[in-house]
Ligand binder design. Sequence first.
Ligand code: NAP
Length: 291
Amino acid sequence: MSSLTLASKVKLSSGGQTMWNFSLKLTINRYLGHFIPVLALGVYQNYDTKPSVLEAFKAGYRHVDSAQMYKNEAAVGEAFRESGLDRGEVFITSKCASRHHGYESTLKGVDESLQRFGFDYIDLFLIHDPLSGKEKRLDTYKALQEKKAAAKIRTFGSAVKHLEEIRDAGFEMPSVNQIELHPFCQQRPIVEYCQKNNIVVEAYCPIVRGKLDDEVITSIASKYKRDPAQIALRWSLQKGFVPLPKSATPSRIHSNAQLYDFELDSEDMARLDALDRGKDGAVSWNPVNAD
Ligand SMILES: NC(=O)c1ccc[n+]([C@@H]2O[C@H](COP(=O)([O-])OP(=O)(O)OC[C@H]3O[C@@H](n4cnc5c(N)ncnc54)[C@H](OP(=O)(O)O)[C@@H]3O)[C@@H](O)[C@H]2O)c1
């Protein structure tokens, strides 16, 4: 089932008005049989991660986006254990950056991540970036397939566009692609490819690293009596993406999840769609075009 199918499935009619029945725990049921909660707490540059993850669990998040490079896998694991939640209730991601790519180093890297988290498995393990070149990328992917077969990771993905390279090498296609994605950088060809191929699209920098003072966004925020971040996140959900907003601020961790009692109408979605500036709209490294 694609993310687009998910979006239409949860659209309900109520008294002549269309309402979206999203919830924090609503999951995308992937063809691989796993579930991905539709909103995650991103923990990049969160230097006191445990309290933020605990706050997020309290607010209802069940998905945390970490990475080896963020150096907070241990803190995420500690927060999980302190939360009292069952392991099956939460969905945790990690990623290996290009300097650790390669077959042996990826196998070792996954084991080290498992140890740091204190988990028996990791729900999603991504190739963090494509900057190691084709040969190493494919060696990395091969290692991740083996870890999946050994039930050490539950699903895996590529954080970039190199999906056809994986397919052409005869590997199983990834189930998730994580890319920079927000109204100013909409990555339309990649999104279209993923949606056609049943690949969940995760949106990083979904609140544009807080740079949301655009007139269109602020005017829509006033209209719906929401803050600009909620408008950007709601746009992401209505597009069928899985946004990963980062906040280390308890009040924002909560407000960034209060997205389910309003709906952007088609005119406002179109105004946000029209903000796309392609790669010039990116605010992070956005390495989708690496060789
Ligand atoms: N795969 C990749 O290469 C990659 C790259 C970048 C990011 N990511 C993932 O995506 C996540 C999100 O991306 P990101 O952290 O770069 O950017 P982001 O989530 O778009 O923005 C985070 C920034 O916005 C601020 N913020 C949070 N809530 C806000 C609100 N309601 N109003 C105004 N500002 C707000 C945060 O400050 P406070 O913390 O002070 O609240 C922080 O400075 C990361 O944490 C990471 O998990 C992945």
